[in-house]
Write a protein that binds this ligand. Structure first.
Ligand code: ZN
Ligand code: ZN
Length: 399
C-alpha cells in the first residue's frame, strides 16, 4: 500500500473517531491500552486513560489502525516494565479465527501476488517465484468460513457452561473486525485464574494431552496386524462424547473430500457406517496418531483457538467499537450470534464514491453489494468498499 493510500485511510479513520460513540471496557482506568499506527509495525503500548472520551480524542488525532486494551486489570497500567503495572485480575478471553479453521473455501479466496511482476497464485507464499521479492498476501473471508467460526464460538460457550460449569453472567462476544470472534468473560469468578490455570482450560477445550486408553481406544492383533478395535463409547463422559462428535464431523468432511486425506489415515473401507465411526477401517497405528486425529478433528469441528490470547498475562485485544485497520470494519459486540451478519452489520463507513485502482480482488459482498472480481482496473466504489480493498492490500487510492 502506497503513502497516499495510507494517508487517505488514516484521514477516513480520524474522521470516524471524530464523531464515534465508543464503548468503554469495564474498569477502563485499570487497563493498558495499545494503538497501532498505519504504516508502523509495532504497537504503542503502556497507555492508560481514565475515561472513554480520552480514548476517542487520542484516536481522532491519530487515526490508528487498531485500538486494543489489556485483558489484565492493573494498579498502574501505564508503568513499565510489565511487573511494575501490578496486575490483580484478568478477563478470561478467547480468540477464534476463521483463518485457522481448515475450510476448503480458502483456496478460492486467499492468494498471494507480486506487484512487480504481476504474477499471483492461490494460497500462501513468501517470495515471488519470478523476482524473489516479497509478495503481498491477500486473505479474504466468505460466509462459509465465518459460519464455521460462529459454530466454534457456540461450541466454546457450550464447553465453558456445560462441561466446566462456569456460571457466566458477563460474557461478551465480539466480531474481531476481520476473520473471527473474541469471547471475553468479565466475571469475577474467573478473574483470579493464573496463566497456568487458563492454560489447563485451553488444553481441556482443545482436547490436548488426551490419554486414548482412558477413552476406550484399544488396539488388537488381527491376522498379524495391529488394528484399532474400538473407540470411545459416547456415554463415557463429556470428553469422550466430544471426541466422537468432532471425529465424526471430521471424517464426514474427509469422505466428502472437503478436507484432504491426512497422512495418519489409511482407510481400508468406509470411515463411517450409518453415521458411526468404523474405527478399524481408519488405519491408525499408534496412540500418537489417535491424538493427531483428535486434535485435527477438534480444529475443524470443535474449537480452534489461539492459546496465547487466553494464557498470556500481557495480552491486548481489540476494543469493540474501534475499526479494524485491515478491513475498515467495526469491531462489533455481537448480541445474537445467529443473526449477526459479518458482511453487513460491521460496515459503518459511508458510501461516498471514491476512485481506486484494484490490482486484483476476488468476489466480495459487503452491505449486500457484490464487488468484483476485479483485475487491474480503476473503479468508483463506495467508501466502505474502497477502504476494505485498500486495507486488505489489493487496491490503491487514485487521485
Ligand atoms: Zn516478482
Ligand atoms: Zn471462506
Amino acid at each position: 500500500v502506497n503513502q497516499s493510500s495510507l494517508a487517505f485511510v488514516r484521514a477516513v479513520f480520524r474522521e470516524y473517531y471524530a464523531k464515534a460513540r465508543l464503548q468503554a471496557p469495564p474498569a477502563i482506568e485499570t487497563r493498558e491500552f495499545g494503538f497501532l499506527q498505519f504504516g508502523e509495525k509495532s504497537i504503542i503500548r503502556h497507555l492508560s486513560f481514565s475515561n472513554i472520551e480520552q480514548v476517542r480524542r487520542f484516536a481522532a488525532e491519530n487515526g490508528p489502525a487498531s485500538i486494543s486494551y489489556s485483558t489484565a486489570y492493573y494498579r498502574y497500567p501505564d508503568r513499565q516494565p510489565m511487573v511494575a503495572k501490578e496486575p490483580y485480575r484478568f478477563d478470561l478471553a478467547f480468540d477464534i479465527d476463521a483463518d485457522h479453521i481448515p475450510t476448503k473455501c480458502k483456496r478460492q479466496h486467499d492468494f498471494w501476488f507480486c506487484q512487480i511482476c504481476d504474477v499471483r497464485g492461490p494460497g500462501v507464499r513468501k517470495k515471488c517465484p519470478v523476482c524473489h521479492s516479497e509478495v503481498v498476501l491477500a486473505k479474504f473471508v466468505c460466509p462459509e468460513c465465518m459460519n464455521a467460526a460462529k459454530e466454534h464460538v457456540r461450541n466454546l460457550i457450550d464447553i465453558l457452561e456445560g462441561e466446566l460449569g462456569l456460571r457466566m453472567q458477563q460474557v461478551q462476544i465480539s466480531f474481531s473486525g476481520r476473520r473471527g470472534f473474541h469471547v471475553r468473560i468479565f466475571d469475577e469468578e474467573v478473574g483470579g485464574l493464573t496463566s497456568e490455570e487458563r492454560r489447563e482450560i485451553v488444553d481441556y477445550i482443545l482436547l490436548k494431552e488426551i490419554e486414548p486408553r482412558r477413552h476406550g481406544f484399544a488396539f488388537e492383533q488381527r491376522g498379524g496386524k495391529r488394528v484399532l478395535a474400538s473407540g470411545p463409547a459416547v456415554r463415557e463422559g463429556a470428553i469422550s462424547r466430544r471426541i466422537v462428535q468432532v471425529v465424526k464431523r471430521y471424517l464426514e468432511a474427509v469422505e466428502k473430500k472437503a478436507l484432504a486425506m491426512p497422512s495418519f489415515l489409511r482407510p481400508s473401507g468406509a470411515l463411517l457406517k450409518e453415521g458411526e465411526v468404523v474405527w478399524e477401517n481408519l488405519g491408525l497405528r499408534t496412540y500418537d496418531e489417535i491424538r493427531q486425529l483428535i486434535e485435527c478433528a477438534n480444529e475443524y469441528a470443535g474449537v480452534s483457538l489461539d492459546p496465547m490470547v487466553t494464557c498470556d498475562d500481557a495480552r491486548l485485544l481489540r476494543m469493540p467499537s474501534s475499526i479494524h485497520g485491515g478491513t475498515g470494519l467495526l469491531v462489533t459486540v455481537v448480541d445474537d450470534l445467529d443473526q449477526f451478519d459479518p458482511f453487513n452489520d460491521p460496515v459503518v463507513l459511508s458510501d461516498d464514491p471514491v476512485n481506486v485502482h484494484i490490482h486484483y480482488s476476488p468476489n466480495v459482498v459487503l452491505r449486500d453489494q457484490p464487488l468484483g472480481p476485479f483485475k487491474h482496473e480503476v473503479r468508483r466504489l463506495p467508501l466502505f468498499a474502497a477502504i476494505y480493498l485498500i486495507c486488505t492490500g489489493v487496491a490503491e487510492i487514485v487521485g
